[in-house]
Design a protein around this ligand. Structure first.
Ligand code: NAD
Length: 711
């Protein structure tokens, strides 16, 4: 017979059966997920007091009552709010002490991981004697703390390598890798992995073996543990050096957390646990107080907010049958993203060759995924069975959602709309992936313009998470909410923006690219411009980006934005001159750089397009390129192109790779202070012209000493 603890428990329930097998169930009240908040940890500590004196118990299972979640981690709000070193130290020490007490209970403990097991959740599981995971797709196990600018602080850096080995532990923590149950078993991180439906059988098997005293010997043999060579200091130093080199190549030193992981693991290796935990505590405390961590955590909150955002109160339609018209670079990527979520896709292009290329492109993306071990050949084949294609519109009657991605030409697009509107059912939602044409204008010739919406994906579709959702004058709420839900289903982050030339991201990015080109035109060195902005944290220099996107495409977008916004976005004679000469960037071999050389070398011929010999200090290069973006972004907020600065920041981070460690463009403006931004813009306006004139919103904010994020 079961006996339930009579404590007034809120987070945990302790049950013991008549064989002496206990179950501690975590169920955070009034929340869909389990979080190791301070209150939950304090209650866990009380249970541990009772349990440590509970000598009758033979084993204890730790489970979650939440669907698809074991434990999502520590309470990030508490980490972000902490401004005082002692507060962070006390918080971390409390977590470390509690998990050490869990580890020292006088009977075996088993974490039953069925659902997400992240951060503090995994650290708690690592303090258990054994771990059983399920193979359910929601079971993801890992220590993703470095994504928040911190490191695992409740013993994660200490307890992982004895299970999986030093170099694997480093790789998992530094890479913030999340493992499925089967992979976790393969690495020795968990001791069993079973389908959800078999969990009770597996638990019973564990109980029988624990009672018979045979489990420990059997399971420990399966664990990888430290390899003999990982005990050698020079070997670990080399492992650390290689990891550090890789991190620096990727982050250019802007993210201290992964580097701190290497240092903590090396410094604490072979030391008693208490010493190791002290090293870990010291490091995580330092990191948690940095603005980098605060910025990364804020971005995490925004992404969580966006997951719940529907941008409308209308009800979304479920999409099972989709169609893509125009299956080039974008259409094929979008076809993959739909098909990957098991949505039927009908492809239509003008020739079988074009369709063949699209299918080959979808296959290529799947192939990359297969190589990473995420999908098997059979799973890919089953998915691709859901793609059909044709050069005509037969089979379009079933379509519930159609995405148009034909060439950027208004007449062609409207011609295609006339063709498919006759075969589509009136309820089908239609989206265009146009990057520059007005959605309202495109919809003019449609019979049902209310179901027409802009859905601006970024290139390459399989890698870029952002989708701008653009509502035209006549777009109805149902169309918006349907594509918002669909984009989320495709694993993307949709952000609704108001119709405006360049929408949101390209409108803000173009002045930045153009200012870099203007700096070059007046005599600045190409490599210095790019290096300065990479030093700021941009993933690639602006002139390299122009070469990558295509100089002709850049010039075309510049022309469109010039027409829409006038002189502040005047076209660039350099870009036009490059197009005339056929220097289109990477695709033609020559752009700002000479891409034929296989090493970084500028295109020396381009120097003839410079009109002066002015060179500037790096700070001025940064001010001119970054502040012109801040100014345009503030204008977008002023015109309500996007709902708020937080969504704008997320769009810039996801759409352009704006450095996440700075928290986004408007957060960076707050760091500088709007007053400072306005002062510098006014100075640049005097020196370089009215394109730097601060917009009204910035002027008001500077005057009223306000910030974009408030507080
Ligand atoms: P693309 O040239 O690679 O593909 C266009 C495809 O449309 C071609 O396969 C072409 O054969 C097909 N097509 C032309 N007429 C057709 C018709 N009547 N019926 C069916 N198919 C037809 O172009 P892309 O780069 O994929 O761009 C497509 C759209 O996406 C454009 O509106 C573009 O502005 C937008 N976009 C492009 C990017 C990018 O980086 N390439 C990014 C965002 C948005």
């Amino acid at each position: 017979m079961n006996t339930e603890s009579t404590d007034r428990t809120r987070y945990f329930t302790l049950v013991e059966d008549d064989r002496g097998i206990g179950t501690l169930t975590f169920n955070t009240p009034a929340r869909p997920v389990n979080i190791l908040s301070r209150a939950a940890m304090e209650e866990l500590a009380v249970h541990l007091d009772t349990l440590s004196e509970h000598s009758r118990l033979k084993a204890l299972f730790i489970e979650s009552a939440k669907e698809d979640i074991f434990i999502a981690g520590a309470d990030i709000h508490e980490i972000q709010a902490a401004a005082d070193k002692q507060v962070v130290i006390d918080f971390v020490r409390q977590g470390q002490d509690i998990f050490t007490r869990l580890e020292n209970l006088p009977f075996p403990t088993i974490a039953v991981i069925d659902g997400a097991c992240l951060g503090g959740g995994l650290e708690m599981s690592l303090s258990c004697t054994y771990r059983i995971a399920t193979s359910h797709p929601h079971t993801r196990i890992g220590l993703p703390e470095v994504n928040l600018g911190i490191l695992p602080g409740f013993g994660g850096t200490q307890r992982l390598s004895p299970l999986v080995g030093y170099s694997k532990a480093l790789e998992l923590i530094v890479g913030a890798k999340l493992l499925k149950g089967a992979k976790a078993l393969k690495l020795g991180l968990v001791d069993a992995c079973v389908p959800r439906g078999y969990l009770d059988f597996k638990k019973e098997e564990f109980i029988q073996e624990i009672l018979a005293g045979t489990l420990d010997k059997k399971l420990r043999a399966n664990r990888h543990g430290l390899a003999w060579y990982e005990r050698l200091t020079p070997v670990r130093k080399i492992i650390g050096m290689i990891a550090k080199k890789k991190i620096l190549q990727k982050t250019h030193g802007h993210y201290p957390a992964p580097l701190a992981v290497i240092e903590v693991m090396e410094k604490s290796f072979g030391k008693p646990l208490a010493r190791g935990l002290a090293v870990e505590r010291e490091a995580v405390t330092g990191l948690a107080l940095t603005p980098i961590s605060k910025n990364l955590i804020e971005l995490f909150f925004i992404s969580e907010e966006l997951k719940k955002e529907t941008f409308s109160t209308a009800e979304a339609k479920e999409i099972h049958h989709s169609a893509i018209v125009g299956t080039g670079a974008m259409g094929s990527g979008i076809a993959w993203a739909l098909n990957n979520r098991d949505i039927n896709v009908r492809l239509k292009d003008i020739s079988n060759e074009a369709l063949g290329r699209a299918i080959a492109q979808v296959r290529k993306i799947y192939e990359e995924i297969r190589k990473r071990g995420r999908l098997t050949e059979r799973e890919i084949a089953l998915k691709m069975d859901k793609i059909t294609f044709s050069t005509g519109y037969e089979g379009f009657g079933m379509t519930e959602f159609l995405l148009e991605a034909v060439n950027e030409d208004i007449e062609l697009k409207q011609q295609v709309y006339r063709e498919f509107e006759t075969v589509l059912k009136p309820a089908a939602v239609i989206a265009s992936n146009t990057s520059s044409i007005s959605i309202s204008k495109l919809a003019e010739k449609l019979e049902y313009p209310n179901r027409f919406v802009g859905m601006h994906f970024f290139n390459p579709v399989n890698r870029m998470p952002l989708v701008e959702i653009i509502s035209g004058e006549k777009t109805d709420e149902e169309a918006i909410v349907t594509v918002v839900q669909l984009a989320k289903q495709m694993g993307k982050t949709p952000i609704k923006v108001k119709e405006s030339a360049g929408f949101l991201v390209n409108r803000i990015l173009l002045p930045y690219l153009k200012e870099a080109v203007t700096l070059f035109e007046s005599g600045e060195d190409i490599i210095k411009i790019d290096k300065t902005l990479m030093g700021f944290g941009m993933p690639m220099g602006p002139l390299t980006l122009v070469d990558t996107v295509g100089v002709d495409i850049g010039a075309k977008v510049a022309e469109i934005l010039h027409q829409a916004y006038g002189s502040r976005m005047a076209t660039s004679p350099v870009l036009n001159g490059m197009v005339e000469r056929g220097w289109l960037g990477k695709k033609s071999g020559l752009g700002f750089y000479n891409h034929k050389k296989g090493r970084l070398e500028i295109n020396t011929k381009i120097l003839s397009l410079q009109s002066d010999h002015i060179t500037l200090d790096e700070q001025t290069i940064e001010d001119r390129t970054i502040l012109i973006m801040i100014n345009e972004a503030a204008r977008c907020l002023q015109e309500e192109v996007v709902a708020n600065p937080r969504y704008l920041d997320m769009a810039m981070v996801m759409g352009t790779g704006f450095p996440a460690f700075r928290g986004g463009l408007m957060r960076h403006a707050d760091t500088l202070g709007p007053e400072q931004v306005v002062t510098t813009l006014k100075r640049l306006q005097v020196d370089h012209g009215d394109r730097f004139a601060p917009c009204n919103l910035l002027l008001t904010m500077a005057e009223q000493k306000e910030t974009f994020y408030g507080g």
